[in-house]
Design a protein around this ligand. Structure first.
Ligand code: COA
Length: 281
């Protein structure tokens, strides 16, 4: 649970996760820099709580997931997550559930835009949140690696499944089976991340994207994300039906009435060109 839900800035604090605000963008930061942000059971539980908080926080329009101390994440904590729960099946179940919940279930269906900001090391189980985020931006010199094979285990905990969601099959097999590392630049070339930039520009690049997303209608962002995610596994007819229903629903659930406002501004007032940017809200 959060230690302090109402600090002076109304930001929650956690043992292994830090929260920072930049306008409408909230950084949710894996915060075990001494351990290269390896994911302990406590970190997983903190991430579940932090994402629950960020979802409900009205000021948060965009969530950036990143790691403290110049690294993204060294994967599962070999000592605390694996060895530490070996003889405690209940603790293992709790840790596994929390690990899965935030890294895939919560992030992949998060109602606000999410960006993974990757610098330094990103290994093993650290791949899952990168893949689950809507966007990923890496430092050119970031180091990605599916290192599991190097110590005799598989990319479990959904990692093998998640990598095939985003990598082509040859790359997924190659990097899983060899354990070879790849850089942020290579990750961008294979579209594992949207782009990579020199590390000194990483935050600015992420904030440029975040500001763009902050300016958009939250309801349209949420619905668009849901639609793109859901139709991937539908037939054409199912998708048509689902998308029609979602379009109708959005008209009614958008508290800003974006569609009606935008129509009026474009068709009647002629003060807005939707192809060139969002309407002023
Ligand atoms: N689990 C537990 N502890 C970890 C860890 C992990 N996955 N990754 C790093 N750490 C700890 C180290 O044990 C060390 O702890 P110590 O200071 O108590 O000795 C500390 O973090 C710093 O690690 P170190 O190896 O000294 O730093 P480095 O910068 O030279 O190397 C890595 C960083 C990430 C390349 C290296 O630690 C590593 O290979 N980690 C394992 C990565 C991995 O295979 N992850 C997949 C797990 S699913």
């Amino acid at each position: 649970m959060p230690h302090d839900l109402m600090s002076s800035e109304s930001l929650p604090s956690f043992e292994n996760v830090a929260i920072e605000r930049d306008g409408g963008t909230t950084f949710v930061i894996l915060n075990r820099p001494d351990k290269r942000n390896a994911m302990s059971p406590q970190l997983h539980m903190d991430m579940c709580d932090a994402l629950d908080w960020a979802e409900m926080d009205d000021q948060t329009k965009v969530v950036v997931i990143t790691g403290a101390g110049g690294n993204f994440c060294a994967g599962q904590d070999l000592k605390l997550y694996f060895r530490g729960t070996e003889s405690d099946p209940k603790a293992r179940v709790r840790a596994r559930r929390a690990a899965h919940t935030w890294r895939w279930d919560r992030l992949s269906s998060f109602p606000k835009a999410t960006i993974a900001m990757v610098h330094g090391y990103c290994f093993g189980g650290g791949f899952t949140p990168v893949i689950a985020c809507d966007f990923a931006v890496a430092a050119d010199d970031a180091t990605f690696g599916l290192s599991e094979v190097n110590w005799g285990i598989i990319p479990g905990g959904l990692v093998a499944w998640a990598v095939t969601e985003i990598m082509n099959y040859r790359d997924a097999i190659y990097y899983s089976v060899t354990g070879d590392r790849f850089s942020g630049k290579e990750a961008a070339a294979m579209k594992f991340v949207n782009k990579s930039v020199p590390v000194e520009n990483l935050r600015a690049e992420v904030m440029e994207l975040a500001r763009k997303l902050e300016a958009k209608s939250p309801a349209a962002v949420k619905y668009t994300k849901e639609c793109v995610r859901m139709v991937r596994r539908m037939t054409k007819d199912q998708a048509m039906d689902y998308l029609n229903a979602k379009s109708d629903a959005l008209k009614h659930v958008d508290p800003e009435g974006g569609r009606q406002k935008a129509m009026k501004m474009f068709l009647d007032d002629k003060v807005f060109k939707p192809g060139l940017g969002e309407f002023k809200r």
